[in-house]
Structures are given as structure tokens and as C-alpha cells.
Design a protein around this ligand. Structure first.
Ligand SMILES: [Ca+2]
Ligand SMILES: [Ca+2]
Ligand SMILES: [Ca+2]
Length: 657
């Protein structure tokens, strides 16, 4: 294995030199066995690390590595946000050395406990410099952290936006404030890192994501060579100041020196803190909260004092008035009972007005919970069995379901929203075929042995406006033969029992079996390991639904996939099969699709399958393959797939990446 990976290192190096591909944020980390007499010989693992900020303790960086006697070399490029003298800091156990711009900045290649080292070098803003960090672990604990500082910037981990591997970086990046930040001010200064070719920059800012993305409305503000801009001042956009509670979107478009070639950055956003209390802790509808919890929140922007209302009853909290103001932004309601749902509200006093807060809730351990779909889920399959986990004292559950939040909240067993009682052990409800693009609400009341119901929380989800083939949200980690088992392995057939000829392995070895870290939509995706050396890789799902791929005017199969910069290159393909006959195969145009780092959308017109003889009115299987089944190209890697759906693109465009 090591020989092949070492060859691959050279391959990346060539790509980097020729600039024939766009790279990715982070540094390449090569993890070696430590042989002091013969270092850097046995490569055990190679991956992209977005930052170097590791405290492995007595553990190991990966199950494929030992906890002691390993060494790591990180390589890539670094881009400084401002021209300055930078102090690079390492915090390591054990040895470390660092080169920036081929100049050694840190050298402490010795056994030691957690130690700070530093060195300085002057960097020019926007210029990319080579960086190489080497580290070894002898025994005991292992730590390796890389940070930087200047005279005006405090010491901070070197974030991934400043690190780069593998070629050109044409798009603007590195938004400041960070994407999604909440700001407590009446003006905002924005800055960014231009792409490699940007001679000047178009700045777009507005309150509509769509307008900023399209550059429509009055969102174009200026073309400039500078890399920062401000809003909320006289003479600038929003001269009277930015507005509390408002989200602002912005985008940078780089223009090359030729004046016509452009490179678009993504749409970023920041929000000015609202006048209401926000960011509750525990988070809204959090479960299994400690009964001795101290409630906390971020104060409304400009608030002086806070009124807190707390009760087991939603209406009591909603209707409460008056109360005693307090200066601190925390409140201790407990000790609370187990197995209960509680509600709370914080009103913010601004001196001249009091602003009513949202009603938040949480439940203590033992309450009914773990809804699936999770509350707030979007793009949910129109065919979905609702599931939950029983409360500790439940003898049965009462199910409420409807499309109006307040009606579902106030419903009783006499209401149309009451869908009946479910025995303990049957924590599921089938609402039937749901409409597309609708928001649904549901509530599960726990009924105890005395036949007393306890009112549950209101959960919500929104159905997709397309037909969901698989979004991986329904798979769980309960192993068979438990009847509640619904693992990914029972549905996606891979090479697990046929490893000699099929090198596809889907699912994680240990729970969670569906992946929960690299996800496109919802909370889960499908991890897919491939080995296509002298074998093919295919994973196949047999469809319950949708089988009619001509319903609802759909005409395009959309698949989201995520490759990895360190994967061996191969294309990917989709095969669609009927009950009989040969499946029809459509192959992605990129021969190195497995190396595309980041979520990538792939549209396939359904007509392509029909043209190859597939009857679209009764589709039986969908197969995801890597490489070329007839001529396996060799290599291995790991992919992720998510949100496979059938879309009516002609009438309604799907989401852009
Ligand atoms: Ca160790
Ligand atoms: Ca050590
Ligand atoms: Ca998903």
C-alpha cells in the first residue's frame, strides 16, 4: 500500500506545479511510521487536514496509526491576510520543525512534553508561500498545534482559509466577518482574500440572498482594487446604520487584468444581533437536559434588563406579563422533574420598550423524544414513517399531526388532528403520502400507567419539492434482529460479501453507520469506500419508491457527491435497472470525479436512461459505481453521496450549489 501512496504523492506534486487543477483549503498531512534511523519511509495514512490543531492525548490520529512512534509532514501553501511580520507558534509533544517560504522558522526536533516554540517571518498580503510542518511523537501524550499572530492580531490557530494545496485558487475566499457571524454594532467592515487572478473586485451587498447571488436590484455597490469595504456609514450603503435583527448577504466577484474574465465567490452572510433575546442554551427543543440546568441566552442588542418566564405549560409562558426584571443573562429554574417538557421566554427591556421573546422549550431525561424526521428537517421524503423514542414512564402514546402549528399544539383527542393511540413498542405513525413542499407539525403525548397524558413538544418538518430517491435520513444504528433495525447495510448492497470482485464498501464500520460529519442535506449521508484494483466497485439500492420516474413531471436525476483531494482518480457512474434486462449506465464526464473535494451536484436527464432502453415507469434499481466496471483503473479512496432526487427542472430550477 505504501508504494502506491508514495507514487500518488508525486502525482499531486505534478498537478501543483502545472496548475492544471484547482486545489482546496487545508494542508496535506502524510502520517508515517517513526523509524529514527530511516525516517519518512513507511507512509501509513495521507489525508487533507483543514487545520493543524491536534491534541491526541494518549490516543492516535487514526485507527490505522499507532498511538506512539509516528511522524507527520504537512505541506501546502499559506496566504497572509495582511502584510506584516508574522510570529508562527507551535505547541507540540514531541518534536517539531517548521519552514515558511523555504526558511526554517522553528526547530525543536527533540523529545519533550507540551512545549511552545515560535519564530518570525515577514509575509506580503495575498501572496502564496510554501509551508512545511514536521512533527514526531515518541511516546506518552501527543500534541501538535500551529497558530500565528502579528502585532495587531492575537494568536489564533491558522484557519483553513489561509491554507491551500494543489494549484490555483481563482475564487475569492476568507470572508471577514466569518460567514454566518452575529454582530453587535451599527456598522460593519468587511474584508476577504481575493482569488489568485483578481486585479479588481466587484462588491455586492444586500438583504436578499437571490439578488446578491444574481447581482440584481441595487446590490452592486462598487468596483475597487482594495480588499475591504464598509457599510452602515454616511456615504456608504445603509448610511443610517445597519438594522438590528437583519441578515445581510454579500459576494465578491474578482475581475482579471483583462477586464472581462471574472471569478465569483460564494454568497456570504452576517446578521446584526436582534433586539430580542437569542441563542438560548439549552438550544430550543433540546432533549435530555440536566434537571439542574442554568438557562442562558445572548441579550438583545441594546437591552438593559431581562424578564424571564418559565413553566411546564406553553400557554402560561406565552400569556405571561410583568415579572421581575434582572440584570444577568442566566436563570436557574430547577431542580426540575425528569421526563418533562418545559417552556421559557425572555423579554428584553430596552428602557423605552420591552420586546417579547420567542418561546423556547427543552425536555429532561426520560421524556418522549428523538423524532425522525428530526424537528426542522427540510426536503423530507413525501413517503415517510414518523418515528420517536418512548418516554420512560410511557404506557402508550397519543399522536397528533397537522399543518397548523397552533392547531396541533392545542389539539385534543376530540380534534381532527388526533391520529389515535399507539401501544408501547410501536413508536411510529404513517401519515400516508404527503404533499410536496409543505410544512407539517406533529406532537406525541406520553400516556402513563394512570392514563394521564403529558403534552409533548411540537415537532416540524417540510417535505421536498421533488421526489426523494434517497437522502439517508431514515437509516438508524440498531442492529438486526431488533425489529426497529433499519441500517444502511440492509438497503444498499455492496461488495461486503463479495470482496474479491466488488470493491465497494458502504457505511461506516462502527455507528453511526451512515455518515454524520460530511453531509449535504439533513444529518446523514452515505460513506462509500472503493478499491478498484483488479475489481469493480458498485453499490445498489432496490427501490420501494419512487419507482415511477415519470410522475410529477420529473425529468432530471440529481445526485450530490463529495470526493476527496487524496482519493485515487476515477470517474463515477450511475446505472438504472428494470426488473429484467441490462441496466443503463451514465458516466460522469470528469475522469477524476473522485478527487473533486466538496459537495458537487450532478444532473442527469432521465431521457438518457430511456434512450438506453430503460422503462422509466417502473424503475427497480439504482447503482452507484466507481471507475469503469469492464476496465478497472486501479486505486482506492472514499466518497460520500447524498440527496438523490428526481426533479422537474424545466418548470422549477433546483438549488444551485
Ligand atoms: Ca502517544
Ligand atoms: Ca509524546
Ligand atoms: Ca442526507
Amino acid at each position: 500500500m505504501s508504494n502506491k501512496l508514495i507514487c500518488f504523492v508525486s502525482f499531486i506534486f505534478i498537478l501543483g506545479l502545472t496548475g492544471s487543477t484547482n486545489g482546496v483549503e487545508g494542508l496535506i498531512g502524510e502520517y508515517y511510521e517513526r523509524d529514527a534511523a530511516n525516517p519518512w519511509q513507511t507512509l501509513l495514512m495521507k489525508r487533507l487536514d483543514s487545520t493543524v490543531d491536534f491534541n491526541w492525548g494518549d490516543g492516535s490520529p487514526d485507527p490505522t496509526l499507532p498511538a506512539d512512534n509516528f511522524m507527520v509532514r504537512w505541506t501546502g501553501e499559506i496566504k497572509a491576510p495582511i502584510t506584516a511580520t508574522y510570529t508562527f507558534h507551535t505547541q507540540t509533544d514531541d518534536g517539531v520543525r517548521l519552514w515558511v517560504n523555504n526558511e526554517q522558522v522553528i526547530d525543536n526536533w527533540t523529545d519533550h512534553s507540551n512545549t511552545h516554540d515560535s519564530g518570525t517571518i515577514t509575509l506580503t498580503a495575498g501572496q502564496k508561500y510554501p509551508i512545511q510542518l514536521e512533527f514526531y511523537e515518541n511516546g506518552g501524550s501527543a500534541v501538535c498545534e500551529l497558530s500565528w499572530s502579528t502585532s495587531t492580531r492575537p494568536r489564533d490557530t491558522i484557519q483553513s482559509q489561509y491554507l491551500w494545496v494543489g494549484g490555483d485558487r481563482p475564487e475569492p475566499s476568507g470572508p471577514n466577518p466569518a460567514d454566518g457571524a452575529v454582530i453587535r454594532d451599527t456598522w460593519v467592515s468587511i474584508s476577504w482574500s481575493p482569488g489568485d487572478f483578481g486585479a479588481s473586485h466587484n462588491v455586492y451587498i444586500g438583504e436578499s440572498f437571490e439578488d446578491v447571488q444574481a447581482g440584481t436590484g441595487d446590490t452592486f455597490r462598487i468596483n475597487q482594487t482594495g480588499k475591504d469595504y464598509a457599510i452602515g456609514f454616511s456615504g456608504h450603503p445603509y448610511p443610517d446604520g445597519v438594522v438590528k435583527g437583519t441578515t445581510y448577504y454579500w459576494r465578491i466577484e474578482d475581475i482579471e487584468a483583462d477586464g472581462t474574465t471574472t471569478h465569483n465567490g460564494p454568497v456570504w452572510s452576517f446578521t446584526i444581533a436582534p433586539k430580542t433575546a437569542y441563542n438560548p442554551s439549552p438550544a430550543d427543543i433540546e432533549e435530555s437536559v440536566d434537571p439542574n440546568i442554568v438557562l442562558r441566552w445572548e441579550p438583545g442588542f441594546g437591552a438593559i434588563l431581562h424578564y424571564v418566564f418559565f413553566d411546564e405549560d406553553y400557554d402560561t409562558v406565552n400569556d405571561a406579563v410583568g415579572g421581575t426584571p434582572q440584570g444577568v443573562t442566566n436563570y436557574r429554574p430547577g431542580p426540575l422533574e425528569s421526563g418533562k417538557t418545559y417552556f421559557w421566554r425572555v423579554d428584553e427591556f430596552h428602557g423605552f420598550e420591552t420586546v417579547k421573546g420567542d418561546i423556547w422549550s427543552f425536555s429532561t431525561p426520560g421524556a418522549v423524544g428523538s423524532p425522525n424526521p428530526y424537528s426542522g428537517a427540510e426536503n423530507v421524503n413525501q413517503i415517510t414513517i414518523l418515528k420517536w423514542v418512548a418516554g420512560d414512564n410511557a404506557e402508550s402514546h397519543q399522536v397528533y399531526f397537522g399543518m397548523d402549528k397552533d392547531v396541533v399544539r392545542n389539539a385534543t383527542t376530540a380534534s381532527a388532528e388526533y391520529k389515535g393511540s399507539k401501544n408501547l413498542g410501536d413508536e411510529s405513525y404513517d401519515p400516508g403520502l404527503l404533499e410536496q413542499d409543505t410544512t407539517n407539525y406533529w406532537r406525541i403525548d406520553e400516556v402513563d400507567s394512570q392514563n394521564n397524558p403529558t403534552k409533548g413538544n411540537i415537532w416540524t418538518f417540510t417535505t421536498a419539492d421533488y421526489l426523494v430517491v434517497d437522502d439517508w435520513e431514515s437509516y438508524n444504528d440498531i442492529d438486526p434482529p431488533d425489529p426497529a433495525s433499519n441500517t444502511i447495510f440492509a438497503y444498499w448492497m455492496d461488495g461486503y460479501s463479495n470482496t474479491e470482485i466488488n470493491g465497494a464498501l458502504i457505511g461506516n464500520d462502527l455507528p453511526p453507520y451512515a455518515d454524520q460529519t460530511v453531509v449535504h442535506g439533513g444529518r446523514q449521508s452515505m460513506p462509500y469506500k472503493y478499491d478498484i484494483t483488479a475489481k469493480y466497485a458498485e453499490a445498489t439500492l432496490t427501490l420501494d419508491s419512487p419507482r415511477d420516474w415519470t410522475a410529477s413531471d420529473v425529468d432530471t436525476l440529481i445526485i450530490w457527491f463529495h470526493g476527496d483531494f487524496v482519493n485515487d482518480p476515477a470517474t463515477i457512474y450511475i446505472a438504472i435497472g428494470n426488473n429484467t434486462g441490462t441496466p443503463a449506465v451514465v458516466t460522469h464526464e470528469d475522469s477524476a470525479a473522485t478527487q473533486i473535494h466538496g459537495w458537487t451536484r450532478w444532473d442527469i436527464p432521465l431521457q438518457e436512461f430511456a434512450d438506453k432502453g430503460i422503462n422509466l415507469t417502473d424503475v427497480n434499481t439504482i447503482t452507484i459505481g466507481i471507475g469503469d466496471k469492464a476496465n478497472p483503473p486501479g486505486g482506492m479512496g472514499k466518497m460520500y453521496f447524498d440527496d438523490i432526487g428526481l426533479h422537474p427542472l424545466e418548470t422549477e430550477p433546483g438549488p444551485e450549489q
